[in-house]
Design a protein around this ligand. Structure first.
Ligand code: 13P
Length: 248
C-alpha cells in the first residue's frame, strides 16, 4: 500500500527554507523504503512557484494549503484560484483545513474548492475532524460523516482525492487519540467513503501532533494510509524521523 507523508508548513517559510526540502529529498533518494511512500509539502503561496519548479523532476510533490472557491480569475482581493496554483506547477491543494473552516469556510465553499481543484488537475487533500466539544458530546462520527457527505460525491475522481482526518483538539497540542479509537474512526471514515465511491475508499491519513516518537504507535493501524504533519514538518530531522520510525 502506498503511504503518504505530507508536511503542511502553515505560515512558515522563506526562499532559503528550501534547504529543509533538499535534506528531505536527499534522505528519500537513499532510503531503501522510498518506493513505499510519497512526500508532499505544502509551503505558503509565496513559495509555491519556486519550490514547484525546483522539485519538478524530483520526488517531493508541492501543494498549496488552500485555494479560493472560484475557478480562474475574479475580482476577489488576495484570492488565489486552483487554476493559478496549477499554473505555477503545484500538483496538490489542501481543502478544508480546520484553520480555514474556523475562519469561515462553509460546505458550499469547500465543495466549490474541491470541484474546481479537480477540474484544474490539482489533487485534493480534504481535511475533516471534530472539535473538542463535539468529541466530548460523542458526536465525532456524526460530525465526520456530515463533513464528508456534504462535500464529496460519487461524480468526483477518487484517485485524485486524499482524505486527512485531523481531530481539531489534537492539532498542535500533543494530545492524541488512542490507537484503538483512531483505528475505529479510520475504519468508519473509509466505510463512508466506500459508500460514496463504489467500494473503494480514497487514501485516509491521520493528522494532529504526529512526531517521530508517536508515529510508532500508529503504524500497526493498517487502515491509516499516511500522515499530515504540521509542526514536525518544519524541521528536516523531525520529518525524516517520522518516516524512519514508521518503517523501522
Ligand atoms: P501539528 O502536526 O502541528 O499538530 O499540525 C497538524 C496539522 O494541522 C497539519 O495540517
Amino acid at each position: 500500500m502506498m503511504r503518504y507523508f505530507i508536511g503542511n508548513w502553515k505560515m512558515f517559510g522563506v526562499p532559503k527554507s528550501i534547504n529543509i526540502l533538499n535534506k528531505i529529498n536527499l534522505f528519500h533518494s537513499r532510503d531503501k523504503n522510498r518506493n513505499k511512500y510519497r512526500i508532499i509539502i505544502t509551503p505558503p503561496f509565496t513559495l509555491l512557484e519556486t519550490y514547484s519548479k525546483y522539485f519538478k523532476n524530483k520526488k517531493i510533490s508541492i501543494g498549496s494549503q488552500n485555494c479560493y472557491q472560484k475557478e480562474q480569475f475574479s475580482s476577489n482581493t488576495a484570492a488565489i484560484s486552483p487554476y493559478m496554483i496549477k499554473s505555477v506547477g503545484a500538483t496538490y491543494t489542501i481543502v478544508g483545513h480546520s484553520d480555514n473552516r474556523s475562519e469561515g469556510d462553509t460546505n458550499k465553499m469547500l465543495k466549490d474548492k474541491v470541484n474546481f481543484s479537480l477540474k484544474n488537475n490539482l489533487k485534493v487533500i480534504f481535511c475533516i475532524g471534530e472539535n473538542k466539544q463535539e468529541k466530548k458530546n460523542k458526536k465525532t462520527l456524526a460530525v465526520l460523516k456530515k463533513q464528508i457527505t456534504n462535500v464529496l460525491s460519487k461524480k468526483l475522481n477518487k484517485k485524485n482525492i486524499i482524505v486527512a482526518y485531523e481531530p481539531v483538539w489534537s492539532i498542535g497540542t500533543g494530545e492524541l487519540p488512542s490507537a484503538d479509537e483512531l483505528k475505529k474512526t479510520t475504519i468508519f471514515i473509509k466505510k463512508i467513503l466506500k459508500g460514496i465511491f463504489k467500494q473503494k475508499s480514497p487514501a485516509v491519513l491521520y493528522g494532529g501532533s504526529v512526531d517521530g516518537k508517536n508515529v510508532e504507535s500508529f503504524k500497526k493501524i493498517k487502515e491509516i494510509d499516511g500522515f499530515l504533519i504540521g509542526g514536525a514538518s518544519k524541521s528536516s530531522k523531525k520529518f525524516i524521523d517520522i518516516i524512519k520510525n514508521y518503517y523501522r
